[in-house]
Design a protein around this ligand. Structure first.
Ligand code: 3PG
Length: 209
């Protein structure tokens, strides 16, 4: 049986959201994060290097579980699957994207904010969702409020999650994992400071303990 998105969310409660500009930095960056204890990695399709980076990490960092983020249409979905993405993350969802993702069999973490969006996904049998942008959309009180009528949904908040609030998010009954970019900021990636990124990953992994 294939891995479900719930399995992936439970594997690593803190998921780095990575923006990679230079494919040569992909593997050392992934090594630093995995060695720091974060093995589920989301590579956003926001840079020309993203697809090649997914392929490189898959080939050279066997302990990583590599997903593709910023899936917004059929093209980005199919390119990610062809590159070997083990899971897909979208900031929002459309019916056609959902149809295509479900048909592919590759686990999808679709983005929502509103109760209506949650209910539309529940109708399709989906109970694990990204909540984006978490802080801007209301943060912790929003999760508590939405969890009252819709307790069957498990969320992965991303967008504005940081070391100061990640523990509070993870303590919520309807949050299984959080995503964020704070452990792989552009400044440290540009500087190729893998030691500091690994240290931030160790700290981030400890938040979930
Ligand atoms: C994103 O889509 O950029 C992610 O949600 C990460 O957001 P962050 O940079 O606020 O952690």
């Amino acid at each position: 049986m294939s891995t479900s998105i719930q399995d992936i969310m439970n594997t690593s409660p803190v998921i780095p959201v990575m923006v990679i500009n230079n494919v040569e930095q992909a593997v050392p960056l992934a090594h630093a994060l995995v060695e720091g204890g974060l093995k589920v990695l989301e590579i956003t399709l926001r840079t020309p290097a993203a697809l090649e980076s997914i392929q490189a990490i898959k080939a050279e960092v066997p302990d990583a579980i590599v997903g593709a983020g910023t899936i917004i249409d059929s093209r980005t979905l199919q390119q990610s699957i062809a590159a070997g993405a083990e899971f897909l993350v979208s900031p929002g969802v459309t019916d056609s994207l959902l149809d295509e993702a479900l048909a592919s069999g590759v686990p999808l973490l679709p983005g929502v904010i509103t109760p209506s969006e949650v209910m539309r996904l529940l109708e399709r049998g989906i109970t694990a969702m990204k909540f984006f942008p978490a802080q801007a959309a209301g943060g912790i009180p929003m999760f508590k409020a939405i969890g009252a009528p819709l307790p069957q949904v498990t969320f992965c908040p991303t967008g504005g999650v940081n070391p100061g609030n990640a523990r509070d998010y993870l303590a919520l009954a309807n949050v299984a994992c959080v995503g964020g970019s704070w452990m792989a900021p552009a400044s440290l990636v540009d500087a190729e400071d893998w030691t500091e990124i690994k240290r931030l990953a160790v700290e981030a992994a400890a938040i979930a303990l």
